[in-house]
Design a protein. Structure first.
Length: 435
């Protein structure tokens, strides 16, 4: 986790103290279930909770023990015994380390997912507000980076809103996918522990029992989770790149908010750079990168190995922390985005009406011209305008082939900007609902 790109709430999920508290809860809930089944004394289970429920675990002490034992769970259990006393001998009975580690990781991942879902909700709220604010603000649509036909700036926000709505649904699915618990013992056979213990721990920790866990929870679940984060990061980048392009000097239809006292360049005092959206592009690359080791972790040896462990210790915190930061930054960027309708109009007019070429093509075919001829008539009048040699509408009115099919009034009718926006309401209803 890089402090520069870390928010405290998400970071706290991955702190050692949090991890050890979750480990304790797993062990203590398992002890409760064992006590109910008569495997350990009920008083022992009560003592475990009473002695350690509110304890602050000594991370330095656990690290010290681990340096000797070379085993993190044993180090924790040894320290827990120092807190609990003799009844600690009833902790972890019939369990294996992966029962604690995997169940804990999944608790951390669902907590992280809850924060990320909240982050996406902030992005959606900002997008919806700006979409309705600029629902009918005319701007040019581009394909291949070249002027195509008119759209509205509100539609740009609507595109993103629909995409992040899908992101939210994927996050909910990923959260469900990873919300499983394994308390099944060595190689997952329940030979030394009753399956009812797993059911009890799962319910207590807000999880469901893993149907078959070998000795580890299957990592296809985690691959799905981190792949989802990668897809969401790609959506963050898509919107960020749109803003970067719109802020280019030659375009300047939108611009990141530039605060009082902010400086854009150490050399050039005039600069106002899209640094936030560029930053989001870089962060998105990192989140996507974390998805690959998660996919490679799926292929473990036999009932278990720990080749996944080192990767997960990094990608768990880093992917969730980075995406959390990126989503919150994106929401703020959208909320404060400066939008310039006058520049949009200038850009719409820049090609002298060429953006209406398809309407002319269709109008000619409807009046009897073949599509091939209509295309030729429109294109031969468009190319001079493209080179800056005249006005499209004027040239069309002088073209004898065009005039065989269309009157001046009919030509003028094809240049109505509002024609392109007649279904904006329909699109908005599809995206945002009847409201």
């Amino acid at each position: 986790m890089i402090p520069r790109y870390t928010r405290p709430e998400m970071a706290s999920i991955w702190e050692p103290q949090t991890r050890f508290k979750i480990w304790f809860e797993i062990e203590a809930h398992a002890a409760d279930a064992q006590a109910e089944l008569g495997v350990i004394p009920k008083e022992a289970a009560k003592t475990i909770w009473a002695k350690a429920k509110n304890a602050t675990f000594d991370v330095a002490r656990i690290d010290e023990i681990e340096r000797e034992t070379k085993h993190d769970v044993i180090a924790f259990l040894t320290h827990l015994a120092e807190i609990v006393g003799p009844e600690a001998r009833f902790v972890h009975q019939g369990m294996t380390s992966s029962d604690v580690l995997d169940t804990c990781l999944n608790v951390q991942l669902i907590r992280a997912a809850d924060i990320l879902i909240s982050d996406v909700d902030k992005v959606l709220a900002a997008l919806k507000k700006r979409a309705f604010e600029h629902k009918m603000t005319p701007t040019i649509g581009r394909s291949h980076g070249i002027h195509a036909e008119p759209v509205t700036f509100g539609l740009k926000f609507a595109y993103a809103y629909a995409e992040f709505s899908r992101a939210r649904e994927r996050l909910l699915a990923a959260r469900k996918e990873v919300a499983t618990c394994a308390i099944s013992g060595a190689v997952g056979t329940f030979a030394q522990i009753d399956p009812r213990v797993e059911e009890h721990v799962a319910k207590a920790m807000g999880l469901v029992p893993e149907p078959v866990s070998t000795q580890v929870i299957p990592r296809d679940r985690h691959a799905m989770y981190f792949a989802t984060l990668g897809v969401i990061a790609s959506s963050v980048e898509r919107l960020s790149i749109e803003i970067r392009h719109l802020q280019r000097t030659e375009v300047l239809e939108a611009e990141e908010f530039f605060s009082e006292g902010q400086k854009g360049s150490s050399a050039m005092p005039h600069k106002r750079n899209p640094v936030l959206s560029e930053n989001l592009t870089g962060l998105s690359r990192m989140v996507r990168a974390y998805a690959m080791p998660a996919m490679e972790n799926v292929a473990l040896w036999h009932e278990r190995d720990i080749s996944h462990s080192s990767a997960e210790r990094m990608i768990g915190p880093d992917a969730t922390v980075t995406l959390d930061f990126a989503l919150v930054r994106l929401a703020g960027l959208i909320e404060k985005l400066l939008i310039y309708p006058a520049n949009m109009q200038k850009n719409l007019d820049r090609l002298g009406g060429l953006v209406h070429s398809q309407r002319l093509l269709i109008a000619l075919t409807q009046k009897g011209a073949s599509r091939e001829d209509a295309y030729k008539y429109v294109q031969r009048n468009a190319m001079p305008v493209w080179r800056g040699e005249g006005d499209f509408q004027t040239l069309l009115k002088k073209d004898p082939d065009v005039k065989k099919h269309l009157s001046d009034a009919e030509i003028e009718e094809q240049f109505d900007l509002g024609y392109h926006f007649k279904h904006v309401d329909t699109i908005f209803k599809r995206v945002f609902g009847a409201s």
